[in-house]
Design a protein around this ligand. Structure first.
Ligand SMILES: NC(=O)c1ccc[n+]([C@@H]2O[C@H](COP(=O)([O-])OP(=O)(O)OC[C@H]3O[C@@H](n4cnc5c(N)ncnc54)[C@H](OP(=O)(O)O)[C@@H]3O)[C@@H](O)[C@H]2O)c1
Length: 284
């Protein structure tokens, strides 16, 4: 039995589909309800903030996938799950982190994931870590809806190039790390097949949407104001701004532009391109 924590996230739901296709038994921890999970999934009510619910969810489980959405208490919640998995003596824990994870990073997301990864490495439990780059799906969910009538969208990414990755490919790698032997201690950087600056994204959007789309560099404070206007907490707003500051530091050819072969190597399929994702989204 595999316990999936974070099964409603994009990576988690792609992972669950894969595991079910492979005939695995899947249990999902969810804070509320069963909506969004396939019928074959055994959904168990629980919360990373509630150790008793974690111990209960880990019963008769041999492998665990751990993903927690971005939150101020993310490090404590991940530690609690790692402790519970260690206590339950599970055979393997696969954690979803972020590219470049580093406990000393000035960017909160990257730093918190770095702390969680370090805690997992030191825990008494066989593990694997996925480090995906920025999700391509953000282009569909955030960038396209933000395009103004004038065809302009804004981000504080400067001219950084980012090898954005499709979350379905990340889920497929997670399935491989959970179900295949010989991955103990694996730490894999997951990227898409091309490093794209937002000017490149704009060119692809222009082609797919059939109208002129332009990227404009925004100042951090303008992005803060815009994100706060969507009702995001100040912690989330600051963390997002910091992440894009990190991409600016990475620049045209830094860590965020690296392209790895991990998806091809671990799934046997080439990583999806942004063109593919945009085409699928538009039924093209
Ligand atoms: N967005 C990106 O481009 C990007 C890039 C690289 C890495 N990442 C990382 O990927 C991860 C996923 O982010 P996301 O935005 O895709 O996540 P998301 O859609 O917000 O999903 C978060 C998941 O975490 C679960 N969760 C949150 N708090 C929980 C708690 N207290 N107890 C149990 N479950 C809890 C949620 O469970 P419920 O179903 O109960 O709500 C949900 O399934 C984050 O760690 C993020 O830092 C993101």
């Amino acid at each position: 039995m595999i316990l999936v924590v974070g099964g409603r996230s994009k990576i988690g739901s792609a992972l669950i589909s894969r595991l079910l296709e492979q005939g695995e038994q899947v249990r999902a921890l969810a804070r509320s309800g069963e909506a969004g999970f396939p019928a074959e999934v055994q959904v168990t009510a629980g919360d990373l903030a509630n150790p008793e619910s974690l111990a209960n969810a880990m019963k008769h489980v041999d492998r665990v996938f751990l993903l927690c959405g971005p939150r101020p208490d993310e490090v404590a919640l991940n530690r609690a799950a790692i402790d519970a998995a260690s206590e339950a003596r599970v055979e393997r824990l696969v954690r979803s982190s972020i590219l470049g994870s580093d406990p000393d990073s000035p960017a909160t997301f990257v730093r918190d994931h770095g702390a969680c990864d370090a805690y997992l490495r030191a825990a008494n439990i066989p593990y694997a870590i996925l480090r995906p780059n920025l999700f391509m799906q953000n282009i569909l969910e955030n960038t396209i809806p933000s395009i103004g009538k004038d065809g302009v969208f804004y981000a504080n990414a400067g001219q950084a190039r980012i090898s954005m990755v499709d979350t379905r490919d990340v889920g497929a790698v997670a399935a491989a790390l959970l179900t295949e032997p010989d991955h103990a201690g694996a730490e894999v950087d997951l990227t898409g097949p091309e490093a794209l600056a937002y000017r490149d994204v704009a060119a692809k959007l222009s082609q797919r949407l059939g109208r002129s789309v332009t990227y404009a560099e925004a100042a951090d404070d303008d992005v803060r104001t815009a994100l706060a206007g969507y009702g995001m907490s100040s912690w989330l707003v600051d963390s997002l701004v910091e992440l894009f500051q990190d991409y600016r530091r990475s620049g045209e050819d830094g860590y965020a532009a690296q392209i790895t072969d991990s998806i091809q190597r671990l799934t046997g399929s080439a990583p999806r391109t942004l063109d593919q994702l945009l085409g699928e989204a538009r039924g093209q």
